[in-house]
Design a protein around this ligand. Structure first.
Ligand SMILES: [Zn+2]
Length: 100
């Protein structure tokens, strides 16, 4: 087994672990990293098709409706580590995040 092959197997196992809570399945598009006020955030688009729960947008305190395409945002540099950052993720209206 070559080196790249075993690495792919590790990546696949990691993805399966992440998808256990269903989080991976609701995501669409590519995650990107953005900086706001000197802090790094992960920004992950969620398609309307996959938006099956209501959320409160931290930008406008309004409701991110079921079926509304939006973004999930979480910090990249939190002192509690990546798992805590991901657990503290918030759902934003795409527009609200773009002007945050
Ligand atoms: Zn909003």
């Amino acid at each position: 087994m070559g080196r790249s092959r075993s690495r792919r197997a590790v990546d696949r196992r990691r993805r399966e672990e992440q998808s256990r809570d269903g989080f991976d399945r609701m995501l669409s598009g590519f995650r990107r990293t953005e900086t706001r006020r000197g802090r790094e955030y992960s920004v992950q688009p969620v398609s309307g098709q996959r938006a099956v729960k209501e959320y409160t947008c931290p930008g406008c305190s309004g409701t991110v409706a079921v079926g509304a395409a939006h973004v999930v945002v979480w910090r990249e540099d939190g002192v509690m580590g990546p798992e805590a950052d991901l657990a503290a993720r918030r759902h934003w209206h795409t527009h609200c995040w773009s002007i945050a």
